[in-house]
Ligand binder design. Structure first.
Ligand code: FAD
Length: 465
């Protein structure tokens, strides 16, 4: 049995783990990373990147199909449109492959030792890894648990056959005729919308009274409108029960208490993700929990000395950029730098149609925290760039303290607003006031002018509305 002794051991090479290892390597720490599947984790292999590739392909195809009808004001008409989903998936796999290789190269450049295999904890500072060349034992002074999360399965609808998770949905080589999506959160809506554009008849089943229940109604309305235009049927207050006896449909209890059958070639279950704790000896370490997640402090320390946890395993928001920020911070702490989690906001994006982006506090959250606020909202229907892109639905909203004008939150819904997330986060991190946003020249014609106008509106003197 081979044995490695190192300063830092990172278990899991998703966004949290690989960023932690790269930064640790850059700082000269003797670092080992263990990965059971492929570098890049959920995000790069079966999450953020493949889903955005599929969404982009579906958008392009959707626009082309719309031109078939000749029903666009720009006067474009195409004669035929078809898609070979197996080629789309091969293109997506190519992107994933390039990024896998990129992460591996970055780890090597930082002189991080990569061990391929599943790590099993013997104790808080020792793991065993079954590798292709035999058992490897790794002992470390400091350990970072970065094992991520996995899809939640419904007891009555176990994964297998036509019941699939987002992972299988991202590798289908044929467009299902009828797709039922159980769960109207961001993953279900992103994928459901993509398949609707690819030609599936899509039904979304959501148990809560609203899709995207974490967002306020104003932000969700343009998304619901668009789902309607795409012919997606949305059932809220509805519960998926089970596959029909012949297996070609899903029984659903609707909000009025009736049980109905929805025909389905595929049932995509996206009801949430749970931390990947079981099966690797992490449970046996008996670390303190916060609900199902590992409990951490503001330096990502767990309840065991010298054992850190980062990424999805530490809870919401389960987002790649939060995971990476934690990874970078922990590497610096292990290298002896003074760091603590001091972020003012973690922006979040739904890559739905249209997109939603949020940073900081919504109006309701700000009021609940006791702030007296001013809200400025500017519609894309008054934005020249949005008109030229045929995407006028949506708005930018700014939430600020009435007394000081300090910006507490920024939200937007509209085509392409994901790219506003950086300026939203920067504004909040920098402690921007309404006057700063209003006084910054925003290039014309861009959708970002709506940010300046929303701030002007909150100050009481918007110019273009
Ligand atoms: C369909 C989908 C779309 C998404 N879209 C977005 C998005 O647009 N933006 C965004 O910010 N987030 C998105 N996410 C969420 C994002 O993927 C996660 O937040 C992110 O991957 C979390 O990173 P992580 O490092 O904590 O864990 P993971 O990415 O899950 O990585 C954990 C890694 O640890 C490995 N591992 C686990 N156990 C062991 C073990 N015992 N030994 C060795 N290796 C082990 C796993 O194989 C995995 O590679 C999406 C997720 C999904 C499913």
């Amino acid at each position: 049995m081979k044995e490695i002794v190192c300063k830092l051991l990172v278990v899991g090479a998703g966004p949290s783990g690989y960023v932690c290892a790269i930064r640790a390597g850059q700082l000269g720490l003797d670092t080992v990373i263990v990965e059971a599947v492929k570098p890049g984790g959920t995000c790069l292999n079966v999450g953020c990147i493949p889903s955005k590739a599929l969404i982009h392909a579906a958008d392009e195809f959707g626009v082309t199909r719309q031109m078939l009808t000749g029903k666009n004001a720009m006067g474009i008409r195409v004669e035929a449109a078809s898609i070979d989903l197996s080629k789309t998936i091969a293109w997506k796999d190519g992107i994933v492959g390039r990024l896998n290789a990129g992460v591996t190269a970055l780890l090597q450049k930082a002189k991080v030792k990569i061990v391929h295999g599943r790590a099993a904890f013997r104790d808080g500072k020792t793991v065993e890894v079954e590798t292709e060349t035999g058992m490897q034992v790794i002992r470390a002074e400091t350990v970072v648990i970065a094992t991520g999360s996995e899809p939640v399965e419904l007891g009555a609808l176990p994964f297998g056959g036509q019941v699939i998770s987002s992972t299988e949905a991202l590798s289908l080589t044929e467009v299902p005729n009828k797709l039922v999506v159980v769960g109207g959160g961001y993953i279900g809506l992103e994928l459901g919308t993509a398949f609707a554009k690819l030609g599936s008849e899509v039904t979304i089943i959501e148990a809560m009274q609203q899709i995207l229940p974490q967002y306020d109604g104003d932000l969700v309305r343009p998304v619901s409108r668009r789902l309607g235009e795409l012919g997606v049927r949305v059932l809220t207050g509805a519960k998926a029960k089970a596959l029909s006896d012949d297996g070609d449909g899903l029984t659903v209890e609707t909000s009025d208490g009736h049980v109905k059958l929805f025909p389905a070639d595929r049932v995509l279950v996206t009801v949430g993700r749970r931390p990947r704790i079981a099966g690797s000896g992490i449970e046996e370490l008996d670390l303190d929990r916060s609900g199902p997640y590992l409990r951490i402090d503001d330096q990502c320390r767990t309840s065991m000395r010298g054992v850190y946890a980062i990424g999805d395993i530490t809870g919401e928001p389960m987002l790649a950029h939060r995971a990476m920020a934690q990874g970078e911070m922990v590497a610096e702490i292990v290298a002896g730098r003074k760091r603590a989690w001091d972020k003012r906001c973690i922006p979040a994006i739904c890559f739905t149609d249209p997109e939603i982006v949020t940073a900081g506090l919504s109006p309701d959250e700000a009021r609940q925290q006791g702030y007296t606020i001013r809200v400025g909202q500017f519609p894309f229907s008054a934005n020249g760039r949005a008109m030229t892109m045929v995407s006028e639905d949506g708005f930018v909203r700014v939430v600020a303290r009435t007394d000081t004008g300090l910006v507490l939150g920024l939200q937007a819904v509209g085509a392409g607003v994901s790219e506003l997330s950086a300026s939203f986060a920067l504004a909040i991190e920098m402690g921007t006031r309404l006057e700063d946003l209003a006084g910054t020249i925003h290039a014309h014609p861009t959708r970002s002018e709506a940010v300046q106008e929303a701030a002007l509106k909150a100050l009481g003197h918007a110019l273009h509305i």
